[in-house]
Design a protein around this ligand. Sequence first.
Ligand SMILES: [Zn+2]
Length: 198
Amino acid sequence: MRERTNRHAWRACVGQLTVGSNPTPSAMDDRSEAPVTDGELRPPSGARSVDDEAAMEAALVEAEAALAHGDVPIGAVVVHGGRVIASRHNERERQQDPTAHAEVLALRNAAAVLGTWRLDECTLVVTLEPCVMCAGALVNARIGRLVYGAADLKAGATASLYNVCADPRLNHNPPVTHGVLAEACAALLTAFFAERRA
Ligand SMILES: [Zn+2]
């Protein structure tokens, strides 16, 4: 019941946000076919080319999967050659692993799919601004680009508290796009914490 409620909450937001942005039928199809791999490796074949919004919608679907095991609903996908090659969600509670953030898990899957730790041709798309650990992992992966949805004013490390991806002292500064479907991403988190407090 909780999942259904939240799904409607963010879908409603997605609907509002895409008004006027001319969503195409193919984009809508991509949303309905958004992958939820739940940890399985996803080979780079068969999927359609995705833009930032379509990738974020896939990340939102992935984020919702975290609710099933009581984890904070954060989802991440890795896009390579216009295709989603990895899709994970936060599993900190599920695995009792402080490093099991959606971004880290998605980077690991993507590296396994491509057979290389260097992900400079990939874009990581995540529903919430990455933390210090994940921003560091993105730099270490030489990620090609970062896209995130909602800002994390308490722990964000790519704009809010720190700007790891733009620090000229580091050897890699990936471009960052933020605010993609931000309201939908934030709504999912807000609903989760409101329900937990209740
Ligand atoms: Zn993190």
